[in-house]
Write a protein that binds this ligand. Sequence first.
Ligand code: BES
Ligand code: MN
Ligand code: ZN
Length: 502
Amino acid sequence: MRVSSSTAAAADVAADTVVVGLIEGEGVPHDVGDGVLAALVASGEARSAPRSLAVTHAGGRRWILVGLGKRESLDGEGIRVAAAVAHGRARELGTRTLCWELPHRARELHPARAVVEGTLLAAYRFDAFKSSRKSEEADDDGGIAELIVSDHSDQTDAVARAAVVAEAVNAARDLQNTPANAMTPTALGRRAQALAAAHDTLTCEVEGRDGIVRRGMGAFAAVAAGTDEEPALITLRYEPTSGAADGTPVLGFVGKGVTFDAGGISIKPSSGMADMKYDMSGAAAVIEALGAIAALQLPIRVVGVVGATENLLGPRAMKPGDVVTSAAGLTIQIDNTDAEGRLVLADCLHHARDLGAERLVDLATLTGAIYSALGRLYSGYWADGEAWGAELAAAAEDAGELIWRMPLHERYAELIKGATADLTNLAPLRTGAPNTAAEFLHRFTGDLPWVHLDICGTAWDSGRPYAPKGGTGVGVRTLVALAERSSSASMRDQASADAAAS
Ligand code: BES
Ligand code: MN
Ligand code: ZN
């Protein structure tokens, strides 16, 4: 879908359909004809209740009125949802060019961003494996070809930024939804390499089994030992051309890239196992966020590290009771081969530090228990470093992704101390699995500020109108917002330091 903006009134934009949001008690912002829209409201057909829809015709085009609810409870998510439901109706009606008239006096909600995200995310389809697929281009499959955002003020930058981010989220969804026999570690690596090829500022290195073993990544290698499929240690580096401000920290994004998790010798039950293709959702978020950051040319350095492998049950697979040595030197007794994510991440977190990351964020579909606790609403997050945790929370808020703080505690850490090795990968049953998993990772982050996000619940089938089924691309929006915040915060600090020095 092409996306652009216009300061012309919606009635004058070349579009076959216009969407107007209705806020309770406020009537329509601009009417058409001799009050067609107001009449639709007066008749009770068009309502301001969130998600309600009404359609009429005037001035040679279709008008969709969508409810936005009460002004005081309206937020970016409300606008995203309105854009998603309006998109659904517009698509049914055969719309080719859609114009959205942004709600007035709502600048602090970033309405252009919400409309573009809601529309592009709702338009997402995954049909790469359907033989009846007509074309990759929405233009040819009857979908909406163009979105034009109309506002009194110039929204060019906000619209362009939102389109880049929404496309990155959809690209992450493609990686998640692609079946594991196609989305192998090698294929994930190829996607990272393709992004690097598209941006001069982005470089990518992919190492296979030999490299992982040579680097002493015994924990990662143990997970990969159970499959013939070549694992991949994927490293992406983003270096802005304009340069980062002095003192801007290097961000390290780390993603769990288990392209299929059968559980290993501690095999999972067969029901629902097909979904285990999405155990690479953290990796998808890291890779596509780096692509978006490069496209947006943000003035900050970022390294991305992805550990990609299958977790299967081959003749060389790791076995319960095995002891392995991580790249950091800590030894780990493997008490359950299904707690593989932390093994992969342990070595990847260490690697990110080696590469010079100064602030860490990892994203992983790590524990089913976080899904039980928080459902598909909130990702859990754990933070070492209050300032960095607050930055991440603010970034998630900017991005409109929900996260909920979970505890780190020395007494959780005690539960993953090993009997024969330094650590065990399995804490006793019912002792707070998501927290003990976080404490396991914590042992590999040194003294760097670090946030861990467990996205097991939020990465899939969120049921939001703009992400109903399959991969959600969760994390991309937060990581991009984090990079934006971190770059502008340090630019501010830099500017004030410069001012103080002169
Ligand atoms: N990949 C799973 C977690 C998961 C569960 C992701 C459901 C998506 C949907 C992870 O590797 C895992 O198996 N975790 C175990 C940990 C346990 C053995 C400590 C779990 O949550 O049961
Ligand atoms: Mn597992
Ligand atoms: Zn897993």
